[in-house]
Ligand binder design. Structure first.
Ligand code: AKB
Length: 340
């Protein structure tokens, strides 16, 4: 009898850290964690098994199909927007081919099991592309189906993988005689910038927000790479994890779309710094604008409309700007650095 498990790729990343601890607290969940990097020691007790390996390694994925009955896949592994621009072809391979491999694995699993396999996919505000600051200010909040002309490789990859998920879920091998024997239940969340108290992201372009807070907590002056009036939507990690779990649990019949925006607050870089100053009065924030990265954030909307998620699966963040900083980020970050 094969073991029923939840597979998490990119397990050692920012979202993986939050998700693994919450998911493992639920009844009867056995986690198989996959990452190219070693898994942090503190996460190991929460996982049934950790495999260090690459989502591009078809042999490795093939072995997983044989060994486990995978009921859900959280496919978190990806190369983020800034890093992807340094090597767009590698990013395409990891972000797109890697996702294809996991979608195929989900199809094979559903064939073996004769049951639908849930595929939870985190996408991003990087799928949007407004033409510049003027349009960004004019359009305000964007819906899931608007302004989908990303200017980054990462954004293009995420947008295409959303389509792939929809294709594998509804149209895969649509001309084959047995086409209905496979079912993937593809569910996708478009995240804003995420801020965790416990990890600092690497390779993203919304990283200025978490970096500003973590640097202040360590008493290190920060050189912010975007203008102080730059506005983006953000969310703290507990809400990101909450949204992933809520979408996973939602009854299929309640879902009217495959892709959902979720968001929480949308301060400017300066508003973030003013908040940081209240808790860390010595904090220093120099504005050293990197025009190329600025252009990327200027192409992302200043807010996103998450009313569909609120209506279909009762989504609501627990943390607004004040609570997110005062009750979650500041106390936890301070504890984290005082311990080390
Ligand atoms: C990035 O900056 O690339 C990510 C994202 C917005 O998806 N944080």
């Amino acid at each position: 009898m094969r073991k029923e498990v939840v597979l998490i790729t990119g397990a050692n990343g920012e979202i993986g850290h939050g998700l693994i601890t919450h998911l493992s607290a639920l009844n009867n969940i056995q986690i198989v964690a996959l990452d190219v990097q070693p898994l942090d020691d503190e996460l190991k007790p929460y996982c049934h098994r950790f495999i260090q390996g690459d989502i591009l390694d078809q042999m490795l994925l093939g072995r997983l199909v044989v060994e486990y009955e995978i009921r859900t896949i959280y496919h978190l592994a990806s190369i983020l927007s800034t890093k992807a621009e340094y090597n767009p072809e590698t990013a395409h391979r990891v972000n797109v081919e890697g996702t294809m491999n996991l979608l195929r694995l989900a199809v094979e699993q559903s064939q073996w099991q004769g049951k639908s396999v849930k595929f939870i996919y985190p996408s991003s505000i990087a799928t949007y592309g407004v033409s510049g600051l003027e349009e960004k200010k004019r359009v305000g909040k964007v819906h899931e189906d608007q302004y989908l002309e990303p200017i980054t490789m990462y954004g293009c990859n995420k947008l295409y993988c959303e389509h792939l998920g929809r294709y594998y879920a509804r149209h895969y091998r649509q001309l084959a005689a047995d086409s209905s024997s496979t079912t993937i239940d593809f569910r996708c969340i478009r995240f804003p910038g995420l801020i965790s108290a416990f990890t600092i992201p690497t390779g993203g372009t919304s990283d200025y927000a978490p970096e500003m807070i973590h640097y202040a907590a360590q008493n290190i002056p920060y050189n912010c790479f975007v203008r102080q009036d730059t506005r983006l939507p953000f969310m703290v990690m507990p809400d990101a994890v909450k949204s992933l779990l809520k979408l996973w649990e939602a009854p299929r019949e309640a879902l009217t779309q495959s892709i959902y925006n979720v968001t929480s607050f949308n301060p400017t870089a300066d508003e973030i710094f003013q908040q940081v100053k209240k808790y860390f009065p010595e904090a220093i924030n120099n504005c050293v604008v990197d025009e190329s990265r600025q252009k990327i954030v200027d192409s992302w909307p200043e807010d996103i409309d998450d009313s569909a998620a609120r209506k279909d699966w009762d989504w609501k963040p627990d943390y607004d700007f004040e609570r997110g900083f005062n009750d979650y980020l500041f106390p936890n970050i301070e504890k984290e650095y005082n311990q080390s």
